[in-house]
Design a protein around this ligand. Structure first.
Ligand code: AP5
Ligand code: MG
Length: 218
């Protein structure tokens, strides 16, 4: 299955991708995660991407497309993949169509995760990530005792949680603005291709996963 998850910052693309990985045994391809790894490793690509990410702007299309081309050439994507955070504008969507046509692997579905603006801001404010295993949690929605009791699978200790540097108020406002201006038009683009499935992505994570499964079965 080849899927795109489309949604604003904080809509749950990463969270639902993780569920899909377990459910369908296909890899998550997150351009945000790939870019953050490049920044953390101080690669040439990371150095180019760093400033745009910190400001909440999109990283240059050519950089992102190069990354996607390389990632989709890896053998684990042969049975399918979940694209999380890509494509993000019309140029990227058209380039993806071209690339997938070349390798004879067209998309099966594009799922739009719909979440209200106030809920997006709330989720982003509470998001924390474990610096060892990468698990994403939310301080506002998880029970504090349950979170404290959880052991990191990498260290066997409590998670070492950090806040993403682009999750500050000013950058989040810009990311949401960029989503509206550049990414939202993809909803119409994929509707015209008859690939779009929209779901209400509010409520419990498990409820959203169930809705996701339902629209993918169509
Ligand atoms: P990216 O990493 O893709 O960030 P984003 O799109 O802003 O999305 P987020 O990761 O913030 O949110 P998410 O939808 O994954 O939500 P999550 O599951 O974590 O991109 C970052 C930057 O990289 C961009 O700004 C850009 O600079 C660059 N970039 C990336 N891709 C690019 C591209 N293609 N082209 C150019 N530049 C690119 O959930 C959020 C929180 O909510 C978590 O705490 C989670 O636990 C919680 N949560 C999830 N679901 C629920 C629920 N149902 N109920 C309650 N809480 C929930
Ligand atoms: Mg994400």
């Amino acid at each position: 299955m080849r899927i795109v998850l489309l949604g604003a910052p904080g809509s749950g693309k990463g969270t639902q991708s993780q569920w899909l990985v377990g459910r369908f045994h296909i890899p998550q391809v997150s351009t945000g995660d790939l870019l953050r790894a490049a920044v953390a490793n101080g690669t040439a690509l990371g150095l180019k991407a760093k400033e745009a990410m910190a400001a909440g702007r999109l990283v240059d299309d050519q950089i992102v497309l190069g990354m996607i081309r390389e990632r989709l050439a890896e053998p684990d994507t042969g049975q399918g993949f979940i694209l999380d955070g890509f494509p993000r504008n019309l140029a990227q969507a058209r380039a993806l169509d071209e690339l997938l046509a070349q390798i004879g692997q067209p998309l099966d579905a594009v799922v739009q995760l719909k979440v209200d603006y106030a809920e997006l801001s709330r989720r982003i404010a509470g998001r924390r990530t474990c610096s060892d295993c990468g698990r994403v949690v939310n301080l506002l929605t998880s029970a504090p005792q349950a979170l404290a009791a959880e052991r990191c699978p990498k260290t066997g200790q409590a998670h070492r949680l950090f806040q993403r540097p682009d999750d500050n108020e000013a950058t989040v406002a810009e990311r949401l603005r960029v989503y509206e201006a550049q990414t939202q038009p993809l909803v119409e683009y994929y509707r015209q291709q008859n690939l779009l499935r929209s779901i209400d992505a509010e409520g419990e994570v498990t409820e959203v996963s169930a809705r996701l499964e339902q629209v993918l079965a169509r």
